[in-house]
Design a protein around this ligand. Structure first.
Ligand code: CMP
Length: 139
């Protein structure tokens, strides 16, 4: 197989289970909005307290959100960086790559476009986000 340098958003989107229920036509529409980004172990992707400008889907690899009292690991198929976009609050935690990661980056304006156009995706993101907010409120 060819070396995957993360330059084919369509294929990467298909790898993210989150989009599995999404039809092929919608997949390519969404893929057009996603930018592949390869990060290295230890690389900081999100810094707590900064304003949110994008969210991220993990196509492969794993990241760690420095939540309290314990950090949370998120692996392929998961997403992060949605909270600041939904709540319009600063980033709630620093997120660092713990392996090489193939990420798909969705910028804020495209995020707003996607959730307006796809109520099912919006419902899913909102559901995961509210569980995370609940967990963080338990401290
Ligand atoms: P955001 O606040 O934009 O930036 C940090 C991200 O870490 C946050 O969005 C979530 O995606 C993620 N995060 C924060 N708290 C949790 C949690 N309890 N479980 C999983 N992910 C979280």
């Amino acid at each position: 197989p060819k070396l995957d340098l993360g330059l084919e958003p369509d294929k990467l989107v298909a790898k993210v289970p989150f989009f599995a229920k999404t039809g092929a036509d919608q997949i390519s529409e969404i893929a057009d909005m996603l930018t592949p980004r390869l990060v290295v172990p230890g690389e900081c992707i999100i810094t707590r307290g900064e304003p949110g400008t994008a969210m991220y889907f993990i196509s492969s690899g794993a990241v760690e959100a420095a939540t309290k009292p314990q950090p949370v690991r998120l692996g392929s198929g998961n997403f992060f960086g949605e909270l600041a976009l939904l709540t319009q609050e600063p980033r709630s935690a620093t997120v660092t790559a713990i392996s090489y990661c193939q990420l798909l980056v969705l910028q804020l304006d495209d995020f707003n476009r996607i959730i307006a156009a796809h109520p099912d995706l919006q419902a899913h993101i909102t559901q995961v986000a509210s569980k995370r907010l609940d967990n963080n409120a338990l401290i």
